[in-house]
Design a protein around this ligand. Sequence first.
Ligand SMILES: *[C@@H]1O[C@H](CO)[C@@H](O)[C@H](O)[C@H]1NC(C)=O
Ligand SMILES: *[C@@H]1O[C@H](CO)[C@@H](O)[C@H](O)[C@H]1NC(C)=O
Ligand SMILES: *[C@@H]1O[C@H](CO)[C@@H](O)[C@H](O)[C@H]1NC(C)=O
Ligand SMILES: *[C@@H]1O[C@H](CO)[C@@H](O)[C@H](O)[C@H]1NC(C)=O
Length: 955
Amino acid sequence: MGVKRKVFLLSVYLQFLIIAAVTNDNDFVILKALKDDIWENEPPNWKNNDPCGDNWEGIGCTNSRVTSITLSGMGLKGQLSGDITGLTELHTLDLSNNKDLRGPLPTTIGNLKKLSNLMLVGCSFSGPIPDSIGSLQELVLLSLNSNGFSGRVPPSIGNLSNLYWLDLTDNKLEGEIPVSDGNSPGLDMLVRAKHFHFGKNQLSGSIPEKLFRPDMVLIHVLFDSNNLTGELPDTLGLVKSLEVVRFDRNSLSGPVPSNLNNLTSVNELYLSNNKLTGAMPNLTGLSVLSYLDMSNNSFDASEVPSWFSSMQSLTTLMMENTNLEGQIPANLFSIPHLQTVVMKTNELNGTLDLGTSYSENLLVNLQNNRISAYTERGGAPAVKLTLIDNPICQELGTAKGYCQLSQPISPYSTKQKNCLPAPCNANQSSSPNCQCAYPYTGTLVFRSLSFSDLGNTTYYEILEQNVTTSFQSTYKLPIDSISLSYPHKNNFEYLELSIQFFPSGQERFNRTGVSSVGFVLSNQIYSPPPLFGPMFFNGDQYQYFAESGGSNKSTSIGVIIGAAAAGCVVLLLLLFAGVYAYHQKRRAEKANEQNPFAHWDMNKSSGSIPQLKGARCFSFEEVKKYTNNFSDANDVGSGGYGKVYKGTLPNGQLIAIKRAQQGSMQGGQEFKMEIELLSRVHHKNLVSLLGFCFDRGEQMLIYEFVPNGSLGDSLSGKNGIRLDWIRRLKIALGAARGLSYLHELANPPIIHRDIKSSNILLDERLNAKVADFGLSKSMSDSEKDHITTQVKGTMGYLDPEYYMTQQLTEKSDVYSFGVLMLELLTGRRPIERGKYIVREIRTVMDKKKELYNLYELIDPTIGLSTTLKGFEKYVDLALKCVQESGDDRPTMSEVVKDIENILQQAGLNPNAESASSSASYEDASKGNFHHPYCNEEGFDYGYSGGFPTSKIEPQ
Ligand SMILES: *[C@@H]1O[C@H](CO)[C@@H](O)[C@H](O)[C@H]1NC(C)=O
Ligand SMILES: *[C@@H]1O[C@H](CO)[C@@H](O)[C@H](O)[C@H]1NC(C)=O
Ligand SMILES: *[C@@H]1O[C@H](CO)[C@@H](O)[C@H](O)[C@H]1NC(C)=O
Ligand SMILES: *[C@@H]1O[C@H](CO)[C@@H](O)[C@H](O)[C@H]1NC(C)=O
């Protein structure tokens, strides 16, 4: 092969020697070889013979020599052959986020003597990292993370005396950490390095004493999720510059060296999931420590160290399974910015007292201890407390909120600015500034954080602001805005955050735009605010380059054609070609029916094509594991389509899995549609889709778990939740807001088609969440007014106009919602004993009488002793919604406004959470009610139709 390649190069060389103008001949020949012979999908403007003179995309030149190649996220395929090492003036090589670049690194890579920045993040390279890498004397940044590199960490890296950033995370590296010994170099020689990122490998052996020296300037040392054994060396305490230290998820043993207490700059310290022994270390010296995780170690039994309470910067204290005993000192909780205290599975006992001066929304998880009492203090801030598996909860059953499983935080996604999103074409998204465009998507991965309250949106807003200003003003990149969504921690305690970059002033990025965004992130030019720790960017492949030779002129022509087509041309198309197009589409759909995801990259978790905002693909094995092999105990309900299982993700988040049974599978297309629809909508009053499984002939949808089951179950008294008037108003408001979002803000707008009480779920605070989009229809541009479709839905809720004309509009949902309002009022099914609720109300109603003469029909559990504030307005509104003609019904946003007004008149803030604090429950229980979440018979969440219902474990 070597010989063949040489012959090839030589012939090309001779051929172009004379023609190539500006570019150095040798460099041109090499690029030409890469283009013709080695890579696929190189930029289309790589033609003619002068890469420098013709501005080949991704190629940077200085004095006719190629000095940089920046092709991040271009969809390149192929290998990194040895040819490239002939580009001897190259100082920057960024091929990150090209998942189809594979094979080994050439051993000749050491020839690139001028190379200073080498970034191959998130490709599929494999094999050993060549020793010759140690010859790259100019190297300052080496990022080979998220590939499949194997073998040892080459000791020669120790020769890279200028290196400041070393990232080998997430590979298959094994063997010991190399340190120098007389003959052989090692990592201890990297005295300029600030970043050692080695997490998620298979490094073994003990951590050499020699690895750390006092003259080092390291700030991030990450060796988490390896296979390291032995003790933590006390030399670690010599590196005073350290800020983030992770040695969690190894097999380290022995005591924590006492001089770690000298590391006064450490912000985040993770030592969890090891076999550390000895006394709990005294870390009082870490005066700026914000995140401490020492969970799952074998420390000597001890009381909760009193010095914890003196750690004034602490946000997060993770001490699960660490042999703590005795009573927790109350002053621990008064640390000013404390967000999370997890001390599960210890021997803590006595009475829990949180005091009164803890921060709002503090999360305290003390599951599985021996706590026998809890001092509840009136007027104390809200707290998310868990005391399950403590004697106190064995006594109380589930009477108290803190004896129930708590709900994970609600998902975040960037809000639209003050603007109305226009409907966008398929695959486009609406930017926060309401511009339709094809965003460049990917995932930001943070390997450490100084906070733990992922529900606090301020953090993401700070990041949004920071990224946007840096990219626009500092790096001058063509970014209109960015959108963040679905923050969550993965199994390795890394925060993952989906990101969309929207192009500025046009609807798609050109290649330079995408590769520049990737470069700024992979080259660590952008660094996030200090709250967020070390970061990398996992970019998806961008599918929307204007494919026309890449010159600006043709791009804009393409855009113009596109825009025109979206307007009047569509009419012509519809008239003359509609039938043909429809048939073609059907044929294509048929062909795809078998596996609608055939063209998706199932390995990429998010953002693949079609765009799944936040949703990820689960393998069958994963789901099986999370549901305990689909055990009966996890089965929380069933319906016509199959079963609903409860499951737990490795990060503890509860999920509901809707598993279609054989025979009731949707067509692949329908299944895909549901996923696409659901993954696109994010609103607190809509059940969020977390992912799906389309594997081994199974179709499963994975949702957030909504703990209080369906509204239907509450109304029928099945689940023991008592809904008073105000709660019903708030549920109506929540459901209306969810629907209004679907109709007016989702893009494209969505008609639900099956609004009914079993499709409204209630979360732990009784906030309504609209579920089941299985029958939903999204409206594309050309169908702005209505969709003609086969009538589906549920009898009793069905809009008669839709039934007659088969024309589905948003007003059909409004009708069903009106029926739902009447159901909320009466507690009756829409059709019960042959009587139709709408007709009943209309017949009995007399506006001149008190309560419109509807006494008999009002659900007695509402409690008629209290005045039903806004009752008449409510009935008026419900009846407006069920007008015969759609035109006479209000829109959902008008419905929202009306219900808000009713709540306001009742003296309530419509924007407060449904059950805004546990205090309101205390009041209720004093007033001689049952606790609203339970009844004497315990819980019966037997399930009847709809999805995803849920069951609160009896304890
Ligand atoms: C980690 O080390 C243990 C024992 O030292 C070994 O049994 C295990 O296979 C190793 N795991 C990996 C992934 O190398
Ligand atoms: C660091 O810790 C060690 C042991 O705990 C101690 O002897 C030493 O004086 C401390 N201070 C410095 C500046 O190294
Ligand atoms: C912890 O160490 C500090 C010095 O850094 C010392 O003042 C304090 O007494 C120690 N606390 C305990 C409980 O050992
Ligand atoms: C709590 O545990 C400690 C240590 O195990 C024990 O000495 C103490 O008596 C216990 N207190 C209560 C109230 O059970």
